[in-house]
Design a protein around this ligand. Structure first.
Ligand SMILES: CC(C)(COP(=O)(O)OP(=O)(O)OC[C@H]1O[C@@H](n2cnc3c(N)ncnc32)[C@H](O)[C@@H]1OP(=O)(O)O)[C@@H](O)C(=O)NCCC(=O)NCCS
Length: 197
């Protein structure tokens, strides 16, 4: 059977090819400078993440070091191109069985499946770590992030109005999403009217 190469099919193939060239692994301390540099650039865009310039770089380095070296209650993943360029990261914090995610893909590398690859690694880590749930927050206009999270089954659990104060004084709404990993423990699937039995 002859398959016509439509623009959509070509775009999908190119995206797939690019995706294969990306490798996700656990971060090491040697990645620190690249992690900080990418965080600065994404913060500079001003509309995607909570962090605003100027960053508390010393504080970020300390937190990243703890996350990278821990690996049990928290972990950091990086997405690397074959030439060694760091193009994405995902951190996951799981102190009480709720694995909280934060992630970035560098501008120019978005929409190519890198977020999906990072999420796959984080989901596996959370399951292995025994988390009963994952959660995260995003700004309401971050449709690409939303599409990624929904693809993995996250659902909106809260819309927080005028929630976060920005450095310019404005108050930004925030969306909280969750993904249940443990469906077996006693509890509710619908809004609870009584305690679990
Ligand atoms: C949000 C982010 C992590 C997603 O990673 P990514 O590598 O760009 O996303 P992917 O290429 O893996 O695509 C994820 C989904 O988004 C969809 N998508 C891609 N571009 C999109 C766009 N412009 N608008 C809406 N959805 C889009 C894709 O179709 C894909 O869904 P599908 O596979 O079901 O089709 C990344 O874009 C990013 O870092 N953005 C800036 C920082 C940020 O927003 N961090 C998250 C804060 S909550």
């Amino acid at each position: 059977m002859v398959r016509t190469v439509t623009p959509e099919r070509r775009a999908r193939a190119e995206r797939q090819n690019r995706r294969m060239a990306v490798h996700v692994r656990r971060a090491t301390i040697d990645d620190m400078d690249d992690l900080i540099a990418m965080r600065v650039e994404v913060a500079r865009e001003g509309i995607w993440i909570g962090a605003e310039l100027p960053l508390d770089e010393a504080g970020d380095r300390e937190r990243f070091t703890t996350t990278i070296e821990d690996g049990e209650t928290s972990a950091m993943f990086v997405a690397m191109l074959e030439d060694g360029t760091l193009v994405g990261n995902l951190s996951v914090q799981n102190p009480v069985g709720i694995a909280h995610l934060g992630m970035n893909v560098a501008d120019g590398h978005r929409g190519q499946g890198i977020g999906v690859a990072l999420m796959e690694a984080a989901l596996q880590w959370a399951r292995d770590a025994g988390a009963h749930k994952m959660d995260l927050d995003h700004w309401p206009w971050n449709h690409r992030a939303r599409a990624l999270y929904e693809r993995f089954g996250f659902v909106e659990e809260g819309y927080r109005r005028r929630h976060w104060r920005r450095k310019d004084g404005s108050l930004w709404d925030a969306v909280t999403m969750g993904l249940v990993l443990d469906h077996d423990a006693p509890g509710h699937d619908e809004r609870a009217a009584e305690p679990p039995r």
